[in-house]
Design a protein around this ligand. Structure first.
Ligand code: HEC
Length: 149
């Protein structure tokens, strides 16, 4: 059961990564895309560690703290209402900016919780559940605010 959940999150993260096509991005769009890419890399690192049952506590904490930092910057990174190609952002972001920022806030909160749990040597079910919360925010936000390519 646990393995199913973990691999479900991993699949979602991989699918997000497979869609990466941000060559040619500049300015605000590049900053956002690079940040999302960094988040995806750290999610993969954590997902691999949880699946293998050998997540290094310090590495897990550091990765989750990086994710939290990027999530905390999201509202600022999306301040400029641009969807210049190759951006995959949907213009509705700027009509529902509070909700968009709230989802980013949920990711930040879950990532900080994960960092604390990982550093404190929490049980794998606890870590899996928090990792699932983190992953849930990716899909929640992408579903409404990112164009699937
Ligand atoms: C609050 C909204 C939000 C959250 C939360 C969020 N994303 Fe994104 N993500 C976006 C938007 C919007 C884009 C498209 C940005 C653009 O192209 O301008 C995007 C793009 C991406 C991309 C593509 C980047 C590229 O170079 O093309 C990846 C990968 C990604 N997100 C991974 C993740 C992962 C993994 C998570 C969760 C840990 C996550 N995102 C959480 C909104 C979000």
């Amino acid at each position: 059961m646990r393995a199913t959940i973990a691999s479900g999150v991993a699949v979602a993260v991989l699918a997000a990564t497979a869609a990466i096509a941000h060559e040619g991005a500049t300015g605000a769009v590049k900053v956002r895309m690079d940040s999302m890419k960094a988040i995806a890399d750290d999610m993969k690192l954590i997902g691999r560690g949880l699946r293998g049952g050998d997540l290094d506590p310090a590495a897990g904490r550091d990765a989750a703290e990086r994710v939290a930092r990027h999530a905390g910057m999201m509202p600022m990174q999306f301040e400029e209402a641009t969807v210049e190609p190759p951006s995959e952002a949907r213009p509705v972001i700027w009509e529902e900016f509070d909700r968009f920022a709230a989802i980013a806030g949920e990711l930040e909160t879950a990532a900080l919780a994960f960092a604390e749990q990982a550093a404190g040597g929490a049980d794998s079910d606890v870590l899996q559940a928090t990792f699932r919360d983190m992953g849930g925010t990716c899909s929640a936000c992408h579903e409404d605010y990112r164009i699937e390519k």
